[in-house]
Design a protein around this ligand. Structure first.
Ligand code: TRP
Ligand code: SF4
Length: 322
C-alpha cells in the first residue's frame, strides 16, 4: 500500500505539526511505502508575493522531518517542483475539471469571504485541489493522511479521477482514500489558534529555556489565584499540553492535584515544560547535527525515484489522450 502526503514549506515546524502530522507519518512509515513531499508549488498558491526562499525552506522542512525520525531509507522525501510531471498532470486535470466544482470547495469559499484573498482570487488558488489531485494519483496512492480540513480536497480528487475515467474510458488511476488524523487540535499557549504571527507556538528546535518561557506565559484556569484554590484542568491550556506530551499516569496525577488544589500552577508548568523538553531535545540536537549537503543528497535521490514513477504514469496518460 502506498501513502502520499505533502506539506507546504512556509516556516519552522511546531508542536502542533508534531502531534497533528508528524507522529502520524512516523507510524505510517512503519507499515507502508510512504512518499512525503514538500508542496512548494502549493505554497505559491497563497504566498507567491511574499518572496519566500523556497529552496532554503524546502531543505529546512525535510531536515526537520528527518530530525523527527522520518527515515529517508524507508520513506521517499522529495520536492514537488522537482517532479515536473505533477504540473503536466495538473494541466490535463484542469482541462476536464468544471470550475463550479472548485468554487464549491469550502476552503475556496471561506477564502473568498476574506478581502485579501478575494482581491487576489488567483487561478492557482482556485485550482489548488486539482494540483493536489495530481500529486496523489500520479503515484497510485492508496492512502492520504490529511487533517479534517482537507477532506473536501480528497473528495474532489476522487471526482476528478472518476471524471477522467468516464471521459477516456479507462481505469488508469486509483481512487485515493483519506486517512484522517484523529488528534484534537493543540491550541496556542494563549488559547488562540497556534500561529507564527501570534508568537504562541513552541518550535521543534526550541531550547529548554525557550520552551519554559513559552509555557510559563501560558494562560491557566482563571479561578486559581492561590495554590489551594481547586482548579479546573479542562479549561486550562497547560493541561491540554500535559495531555498531549506527558505520560498518562502523570496526566492523571496532575488532574487530581489541580482539582484538589494541591499543586501550584508554576510547578505544574515546570513539569509540563520538562516533558516537552524530553520530546524536543533529541529533535533539536538531530536537526542541528544534519548538514544541508546531506539533506540535498537525500532530496535529489528521492526526487529521482519519484520522477521515475511519475513519468511512467504520465507516459500512460499521454498514450490515452494523444
Ligand atoms: N493541501 C495540503 C495541506 O495544506 C498539502 C498537500 C499538497 C497535500 N498536496 C498534497 C497533502 C497531497 C496530501 C496529499 O496540508
Ligand atoms: Fe492548569 Fe496545572 Fe494550574 Fe491546573 S495546576 S490550572 S492544570 S497550570
Amino acid at each position: 500500500m502506498r501513502v502520499v502526503s505533502g506539506m507546504r514549506p512556509t516556516g519552522k515546524l511546531h508542536l502542533g505539526h508534531y502531534i497533528g502530522v508528524i507522529k502520524n507519518w512516523l507510524e505510517l512509515q512503519k507499515k507502508y511505502d510512504c512518499f512525503y513531499f514538500v508542496a512548494d508549488w502549493h505554497a505559491l498558491s497563497t504566498k507567491y508575493d511574499e518572496g519566500l526562499d523556497l529552496k532554503e525552506l524546502s531543505i529546512e522542512l525535510v531536515k526537520e522531518w528527518i530530525a523527527c525520525g522520518i527515515d529517508p531509507e524507508k520513506s521517499t522525501l522529495f520536492v514537488q517542483s522537482s517532479v515536473k510531471e505533477h504540473a503536466e498532470l495538473y494541466l490535463i486535470f484542469n482541462m476536464i475539471t468544471p470550475v463550479s466544482w472548485l468554487e464549491r470547495n469550502p476552503t475556496y469559499k471561506d477564502a473568498m469571504q476574506q478581502p485579501e484573498y478575494k482581491k487576489k482570487n488567483n487561478a492557482g488558488f482556485l485550482t489548488y485541489p486539482v494540483l493536489q489531485t495530481a500529486d496523489i494519483v500520479i503515484y497510485d496512492a492508496d492512502l492520504v493522511p490529511i487533517g479534517e480540513d482537507q477532506k473536501p480536497h480528497l473528495e474532489l480528487a476522487r471526482e476528478i479521477v472518476r471524471h477522467f475515467h468516464f471521459i477516456y474510458k479507462t481505469e488508469i488511476f486509483k481512487e485515493p482514500k483519506e486517512l484522517l488524523t484523529e488528534v484534537a487540535r493543540l491550541p496556542g499557549l494563549d488559547g488562540r489558534k497556534m500561529s507564527k504571527s501570534f508568537n504562541n507556538a513552541i518550535y521543534l528546535d526550541s531550547t529548554d529555556e525557550e520552551i519554559w518561557q513559552k509555557v510559563r506565559a501560558a494562560k491557566t484556569d482563571p479561578a486559581r489565584i492561590k495554590k489551594t484554590d481547586p482548579g479546573h484542568p479542562e479549561v486550562c491550556i497547560v493541561f491540554d499540553y500535559h495531555k498531549a506530551f506527558s505520560p498518562a499516569e502523570e496526566v492523571k496525577e496532575i488532574e487530581e492535584a489541580c482539582k484538589a488544589g494541591s499543586i501550584g500552577c508554576v510547578e505544574c508548568k515546570k513539569r509540563c515544560a520538562a516533558n516537552i523538553s524530553k520530546i524536543i531535545t533529541p529533535i533539536r540536537e538531530k536537526k542541528n547535527s544534519l548538514k544541508n549537503d546531506e539533506i540535498l543528497d537525500i532530496i535529489n535521490k528521492s526526487n529521482k525515484k519519484a520522477k521515475e514513477i511519475a513519468s511512467k504514469k504520465m507516459e500512460e496518460v499521454n498514450k490515452i489522450i494523444f
